[in-house]
Write a protein that binds this ligand. Structure first.
Ligand code: IMP
Ligand code: MG
Length: 186
């Protein structure tokens, strides 16, 4: 590692370099504010948080710690596989073992990029007839969105640049970083 990199807190993940982007302090403040907002808006209800793994594990854990009203959490993982001929890509939710009918659902995602993943998953939630459905995301890249989705809670709106850390990975690495880093320009 170069001395310059150390000085500028540049990190390396696989073949790429990343620069510090959002600090732990900035993230903590936003997540705390979001938790407080949810506490107010869901007072007297018992929302069911559905974080989508792996990316949202850190965000959902920090967010859930801020929740002071009665609440439940059910982690799921989305697996996509090639469907038969015309159906194309199919998404299944692994671990969705709670009945969603009549529940107030809050889906928790790390990032909405193209919006494809969440768009494919939402019908499966609506099919179970929840009372309400909201989406909470840590990051939203509006410039990258191809499949529009109504996001109810966004911590940070960011440019269309790759980020790692705080649960998000680059080819499997970087999820353990306590803050967010952005891909460094060459
Ligand atoms: P979408 O379906 O295009 O909205 O993207 C969904 C998934 O792509 C996210 O849940 C992430 O796992 C991954 N992703 C998109 N952008 C980034 C990024 O900048 N860093 C790390 N993962 C990303
Ligand atoms: Mg994800």
């Amino acid at each position: 590692m170069h001395e310059n990199d150390l000085m500028n807190n540049i990190i390396h993940v696989h073949d790429k370099s990343f620069v510090p982007y959002l600090s732990e302090k900035e993230i903590t403040a936003k997540v705390k504010a979001l938790g407080e907002q949810i506490n107010r808006e869901y007072e007297g209800k018992k929302p069911l948080f559905i974080p989508i793994l792996n990316g949202s594990f850190m965000f959902s854990s920090d967010l859930f710690k801020q929740i002071t009203i009665e609440a439940e959490i059910c982690f799921i993982k989305l697996a996509s596989y090639k469907g038969t001929r015309s159906s194309g890509q199919i998404i299944t939710a692994i671990g969705l073992d709670t009945d969603l009918k009549g529940r107030d659902i809050i889906i928790v995602e790390d990032i909405i990029d193209t919006g494809k993943t969440i768009n494919q998953f939402l019908p499966q939630v609506y099919n179970q007839q929840p009372t309400s459905l909201k989406i909470a995301v840590l990051l939203h890249k509006p410039d990258a969105t191809v499949f529009p989705v109504k996001i109810d809670y966004t911590c940070f709106t960011i440019p269309d640049k790759f980020v790692v850390g705080y649960g998000l990975d680059y080819n499997g690495l970087g999820r353990n970083l306590a803050q967010l880093y952005q891909l460094k320009d060459d």
